[in-house]
Ligand binder design. Sequence first.
Ligand SMILES: Cc1cc2nc3c(=O)[nH]c(=O)nc-3n(C[C@H](O)[C@H](O)[C@H](O)COP(=O)(O)OP(=O)(O)OC[C@H]3O[C@@H](n4cnc5c(N)ncnc54)[C@H](O)[C@@H]3O)c2cc1C
Length: 266
Amino acid sequence: MAVTVETHATLIDAARALGSSGATYLGGGTVVMRGINAGEVQGRIVRSADPALRQVGLSGDTIRIGAGVTMAQIAAHRELAFLHPVARAVGGPQVREMATVGGNLFAPHPYGDFAVALLALGARAVPATGGGALPLEDLLRDRRRGGLVAAVEVPRPRDPRAFGWLKVSRVKPKGVSVLSIAACLPRETGRIRGARVAFGAMGPSPMRSAAVERVLEGQSLDAATIARAAQVAAEGLEPPTDSIASSWYRREVAGVHLRRLLEGMA
Ligand SMILES: Cc1cc2nc3c(=O)[nH]c(=O)nc-3n(C[C@H](O)[C@H](O)[C@H](O)COP(=O)(O)OP(=O)(O)OC[C@H]3O[C@@H](n4cnc5c(N)ncnc54)[C@H](O)[C@@H]3O)c2cc1C
């Protein structure tokens, strides 16, 4: 089947053109173009040249990042220093020039490193068709129903040390994930209040770990708490087996890497 590409001036026009037609939205194309070249993606390709897609805006403690903002843009943005290590860990330089924040939310396993960080930070996805922003966990639970995303709203951590992130890969610096982990652990008088911990490559899409969050909530980040969190790291997660690692291996090492991350944040 032939591939046709439509470019729409505004995101809302692109959303209308997509409708429920089964057409494919093209962000930076790092995943979609591979699908086209392999003959797996065919038919109508919809893209948008809306400048809002590439904008980063700050309002109080919330940062709005357009879905078309690339990893390279994130890594170069002064206000987004806490996200620089995450953006730099996505692919190599050429991939980062193209790979977008919006595309990362929908990229299949084992991709989605940036989405893991956004999930831990409590980000929300802004639909292109309007309406209220959606918690990222809701979007990631069923990405087929996600619709076109215009932007993500990210609460900026008050204390940058409350946010930690790590990626485990076999090839450094640009291998894909054995797993990735992000934690947002704000503390009040030394106790964790509102723990959010997310894993990547430990399920079909990035997901929060209720078990780890339960262990951390209300505690100080001491050696005993970290050990308990490491023990339950893989609880409730269903890591897939792929060419990078087996499900068994991912489960075995999740606690080790979670412990290292938490020790670095203590
Ligand atoms: C060599 C290589 C290395 C890579 N390494 C990594 C890595 O280390 N970590 C990682 O996380 N990823 C990696 N990726 C995957 C990919 O580059 C990133 O996940 C990227 O962020 C995807 O964004 P994109 O704009 O290129 O997506 P696209 O290819 O344009 O789209 C991907 C999917 O998202 C959908 N989509 C795109 N934008 C939107 C939107 N605004 N709203 C709704 N749906 C949308 C598309 O329809 C499609 O289904 C790698 C890819 C390659 C080719």
